[in-house]
Write a protein that binds this ligand. Structure first.
Ligand code: DX5
Ligand code: ZN
Length: 228
């Protein structure tokens, strides 16, 4: 039930297909693609043409995270490039509900993301439209930042709302996830973990992914016991 999603933001872009194959072989569940437009966030990465050229190992989920002001014109391109999941920020499109239905109409699972300062209530009227909620645990734009501890309470708040409403939507956490922080995020109710530096910054990808998974699973077990 725990999914580890290495972010290629910290990978070697000159050997991107090899890097993706390496994390796949090392046990990654998803590969996380951080798309930045230099406007919604102060950094630029890549768009659909590059994703289309990435080799896609069988069984590896391609999970795009759009940190862009205007996602709508890019949705079709990412679907054609082979993405399985596409997450947009609640702060970005004017017509979030429509954007999410367009993502789904292109055969992808729709996700919605919140910046650290955006309250969970921003999602009240779109939760039925998504297959994932991504809570940012850093201000988006760069890898290698510190986990913002207040986000743990936000994960808990969202997990409670989802349980009350009977929605089995996974909570993904992104930013500053490492073996020190993954436990508290998992204990609060997150099940999908993006990790850039904590995977691609380590010499042994398999050991890094296993260590993250173990810490997350260890934190989830006591919570399951509480629930009886
Ligand atoms: C931040 C990105 C993250 C980031 C995570 O804008 O959305 O996916 O790459 O990197 P680490 O794990 O290094 O914080
Ligand atoms: Zn991301």
């Amino acid at each position: 039930m725990i999914q580890i999603a290495p972010s290629i933001l910290s990978a070697d872009f000159g050997r991107i297909s090899e890097e993706i194959a390496a994390v796949h072989e090392a046990g990654a569940d998803w590969v996380h693609l951080d798309v930045m437009d230099g406007h919604f966030v102060p950094n630029l990465t890549f768009g659909p043409p590059l994703v289309a050229r990435m080799e896609k190992p069988k069984g590896l989920v391609f999970d795009a995270h759009l940190m862009v002001t205007d996602p709508d014109p890019l949705i079709e391109g990412f679907a054609q490039a082979g993405c399985h999941r596409l997450t947009v920020h609640a702060e970005a499109p004017i017509h979030l509900h429509r954007t999410l239905s367009v993502v789904r109409s292109h055969g992808m699972q729709a996700g919605v993301s919140l910046n650290p300062a955006t309250p969970v209530s921003a999602l009240d009227w779109v939760l039925e439209e998504v297959e994932l909620v991504l809570l940012m645990s850093v201000n988006p734009g760069f890898g290698g930042q510190r986990y913002i501890p207040q986000v743990t309470g936000k994960i808990r708040e969202l997990a409670d709302i989802l349980a009350e409403r009977g929605l089995a939507i996974p909570i993904q956490v992104d930013g500053g996830i490492n073996t020190e922080t993954i436990g508290e995020a998992a204990g609060a109710g997150a099940t999908v973990f993006v990790a850039g530096t904590a995977v691609f910054g380590e010499p042994d990808y398999r050991a890094a992914i296993s260590a993250l998974r173990e810490r997350a699973e260890a934190a989830v077990k006591p919570r399951r016991k509480d629930l009886g």
